[in-house]
Design a protein around this ligand. Structure first.
Ligand SMILES: [Zn+2]
Length: 192
């Protein structure tokens, strides 16, 4: 690892070395700009480390005082990279919660998922971190998160069938004990 910059510990020289180790010529025209592009792309794909879930969830919307039913947001995009192969995994998340006087906008839930997805991850931990952050910062009565993703490290190597999804879930608060509520969330999640 280079010690020239704390912000960019992996330099363009390192990417060029990587290309060479893949039996490529980093100086051929098609690859000349690749180290710079890869560097920018990885800055984006790991930008979640610079985001703070507490900051994302600190603004509440008014009018939720009387609302104590399940709020479910489906189809939240997930673009992440597995920490075992640095390969993409992607899909969608469903986030459900029963508010305790505080609700947040849809864009906040999307940003929350993104803040944990744009890190090196395993899907199980990503799912759990989204649920834990909501529980900690929104203090709702219940939280349920279901994530469905395709993992290119598995599909491309023939370990999984093409298009096969990995499904993970995390239930907290009343969703742990209230079977009716959990069934409602899971059926909303499945029947998109
Ligand atoms: Zn992997």
């Amino acid at each position: 690892m280079s010690d020239t910059s704390e912000d960019k510990p992996f330099t363009q020289t390192d990417w060029r070395r990587l290309l060479r180790s893949l039996h490529e010529d980093p100086d051929r025209p098609g690859l000349r700009e690749t180290p710079a592009r890869v560097e920018r792309a990885w800055e984006h794909w790991t930008s979640g480390y610079q985001q703070n879930p507490a900051e994302i969830l600190k603004v509440f919307e008014d009018g939720a005082e009387q609302y104590n039913e399940l709020i479910v947001v489906r189809g939240i995009p997930v673009y992440s990279h597995c920490e075992h192969h640095l390969a993409p995994f992607f899909g969608t998340a469903t986030v459900g919660y029963v508010p305790n006087g505080r609700i947040v906008g849809l864009s906040k839930l999307t940003r929350l998922v993104d803040c944990f997805a744009k890190r090196l991850q395993v899907q199980e931990r990503l799912t759990r971190q989204v649920a834990d952050a909501l529980m900690t910062h929104l203090q709702p009565i219940a939280v349920g998160v279901v994530v469905r993703c395709r993992h290119l490290c598995m599909e491309s190597r023939g370990i999984r069938a093409i298009g096969e999804e990995t499904v993970t879930s995390a239930m907290l608060g009343e969703l742990l004990t209230n079977l009716g509520m959990r069934t409602e969330l899971l059926s909303l999640e499945r029947n998109r």
